[in-house]
Design a binder for this molecule. Sequence first.
Ligand SMILES: [Zn+2]
Length: 475
Amino acid sequence: MIRSALIAACLATVLPARVDQPGQTLRNLIERPYLELADLATRVSFSGSQYAQVRRELEAEKKKQAQLLESQEKQLLQKIAQDRKELERLNRLASRDDEATTEKRREVHCRILELERQAYEKRVERQHGMPVVFDNRLAKLSLLEHWPAEKSGVDAQIAAGQARQRRFGDVEDIGVRKVGEGQEKDVKKGEEAIKDLKMYGLMPPEMTDERVRNYVQGLANDLAARSDVKVPIKVTILTSKEINAFALPGGFLYVNTGLIEKAESESELAGVLAHEMAHVAARHGARLMRKATIAGLVYQSAQIAAIIFTGGAVGIGTYYALQYGFFGLGLALNLTLLGVNREFEAEADQLGVQYCWRAGYDPRGFITFFDKMASEKGYVRAASFFRTHPPFFERILSTFKEMEFLPPVEKLKVDCCEFQDMKEHLKVTTRKVEKERKESPKLRRFPECPEPPPSKDSQITERSTGNDYERVCCP
Ligand SMILES: [Zn+2]
């Protein structure tokens, strides 16, 4: 009962006004936010065959989209092959280039680079972006179908006095309970990994701006103080458009400017930070690293980065690829260093939600951020957070269940003016950094070619999620 009071209090501020719209088709409904769907789920009724029908439709659409992207990539590759033939023709003309041939050759080089970039983008979209968009829709469909039964299950467990019997159910004991003992032993591992990442040029430049760093560090401290983390959290802000954050063993938390820019409220950022801290607390990275040497893992990351981000082709250096459009450090890191696997992700989701709740931040921020990243095509491509993560439905469902299990809190913090002020400041700083970057000498293999247009990911227009967040100003 207290639980429903909390929901009612929060729904008034978080959920959009338009909730119940009878006559909506299932197909339309799954375009709505997760939070709205969880609420709607108990009030709509569709038959099993209706759900099955939409599932089939989505699978068919996904297949069609994949075929389209594949044929577009093929066409680009054919054009590249033609251009290579053109180079061969030029090479047969004479032993030395005259002025006209030099110019022609330069044109062909630049065109090949540009076509390779476009083909790469098509491939990433087919392999990562598009599947995420469809997985997200399928997860929404499943949430609508299964949430009422799942919620009743949780309610029954709470009523029977068994809420604390779930894994990590002792939420009142956060900070003194046993989660990932021996975290302090991981500091050395984390330091080594950082050194190696820097050595291989895999780490984007640090953002030195004190105001942004202090803000994020403050938020991280706030969460850490109410978590199972036993090591100091050291925040570093990285200047990268990639929407990602990651934590290395021992409490080294890296947050990209791209992620901060895309978080629309303090609770969204808190949700992501708390998730990453959970990886530190539960020692996920360290547990994975036990099986391999750090240098080996980083070297592997560098190889993956070089192959994936450059399409295995000459032309665009890894550094360039990481910095200017081929976002992807997160992908390489997730695959190796960070130990992303189903079990660890589920744990980090659950613990992260608990830390937000304990620190007084609305844990639903994690869901709204997740939702936004997964729904917008451009975001998905930039958000490496999703590329390697387990199926959406499992994650969303367990996050919703955990939120249901948590004892209600009077007033959860959703947003804060300090957060919005920091974001304004970040916008100005990023613009300045971007300008300086354009003017500075570039690390590019073919500096004579025009710089490719900014990736579509950085051109996404800001949109409103439709959430009418209450702005709670910090005193
Ligand atoms: Zn994770």
